[in-house]
Design a protein around this ligand. Structure first.
Ligand code: NAG
Length: 343
């Protein structure tokens, strides 16, 4: 009897191995075929063309890894936000980081002459429970930095568009390219800072419109014919006291605010919707604009961020990110180097 049991166990084990092997060989190519088709469809949607078959094969491998990781995250425990297979799906995180951020942190923050202190909203208490500057028409449509490290310029311009609307009652899309080409305080597509951009804008007498000096995701020579007549100006800028989400709230309650952030992780690359709460440090390397804040029906508090990765990323180009976290730096360091222009 014991011998027979042993035998049947062996038989079952063998059968099991055979079944697993058969389904493996059956399923592997099917899955591969499906992913290949998915990559092809993705290429068509995003107008992606590769220079040769070697490049295509390389991009496919990266695409495949990203898809697997995205699916694993989305099929895992619900943490309040989701990822999506977006236009960055054939880039490794290292490539993405190198080409789509651009906040160039300096050892010490640059403070403008005289007007950086005191924080002018320090005593401001009339803070609405929720706020979205888009509903107040102080936010222009989402822009796209492309493969250029000009996030700093997009962030500075978005904050300036906000204060211009609040002070002058007129929403104008202002020129990011003017900062990329003309602001010698910063390094165009190689990175920069909002504070030094604000200093340039002040000394330059303002900025022209996006329509007059359109963005082309490349460093160029400053076109002085286009910059001769600025349409909006600022009087300076102020830094929000660091590591203080309450101070950031006081500032955002008054105007859209430029925010530096560690915005280059996998969760940022593929963020789709919900309140981002992924783990990240405060190694700030990207810049966005805080344009409001709110609370989900489940009670999770968040900041509303305007990004510069086009409308195909996140919630039509925007991100909700957890607010009032235990780290003083804010999630992903968002409260470390925020600033806003004055007008
Ligand atoms: C805030 O209030 C304190 C106390 O009244 C005052 O000393 C300080 O100047 C005020 N700060 C600002 C920025 O208005």
């Amino acid at each position: 009897m014991a011998k027979q049991n042993h035998f049947s166990f062996l038989t079952s084990a063998t059968l099991l191995v055979i079944i697993v092997c058969v389904s493996e060989t059956l399923c592997r190519p099917l899955e591969e075929e499906h992913l290949l088709k998915q990559h092809e469809e993705w290429m068509a949607i995003h107008g992606r063309v590769y220079k040769d078959t070697a490049e295509r094969a390389k991009r496919y491998e990266i695409f495949k890894e990203n898809i697997k990781r995205i699916n694993a995250f989305n099929n895992g425990k619900d943490v309040g936000y989701k990822l999506a297979v977006n236009k960055f799906a054939d880039l490794t995180n290292e490539e993405f980081r190198a080409s789509h951020t651009g906040y160039k942190r300096r050892p010490t923050r640059v403070l403008s002459s005289g007007d950086a202190k005191p924080f002018k909203y320090a005593n401001f208490t009339a803070i609405p429970s929720t706020l979205d500057w888009r509903t107040k028409k102080a936010v222009t449509p989402v822009k796209d930095q492309g493969g250029c490290g000009s996030c700093w310029a997009f962030s500075a311009v978005a904050a300036m568009e906000g204060i211009t609307m609040i002070k002058k009652g007129k929403l104008m899309s202002l020129s990011v390219q003017e900062l990329v080409d003309c602001d010698n305080n910063d390094d165009g597509c190689w990175g920069g800072l909002m504070d030094t951009a604000f200093e340039f804008i002040k000394s330059n007498g303002g900025l022209t419109t996006e329509a007059n000096y359109p963005y082309h995701a490349d460093d160029g020579t400053c076109d002085t014919a286009k910059t001769a007549n600025p349409v909006a100006s600022i009087t300076g800028y102020q830094d929000v006291p660091a590591n203080n989400e309450k101070a950031l709230l006081q500032a955002v309650a008054n105007q859209p605010v430029s925010v530096a952030i560690e915005g280059s992780g996998f969760g940022f690359q593929f963020y789709s919707n919900g309140v981002f709460s992924g783990s990240c440090g405060a190694d700030i390397d990207h810049a966005v604009t805080a344009i409001g804040y709110g609370k989900t029906s489940g009670g999770t508090k968040y900041w509303l961020l305007k990004n510069s990765w086009g409308t195909g990323w996140g919630e039509s180009g925007y991100m909700k990110i957890q607010k009032d976290v235990s780290s003083k730096a804010g999630l992903c360091g968002l409260a470390t180097e925020a600033s806003y222009p004055t007008a």
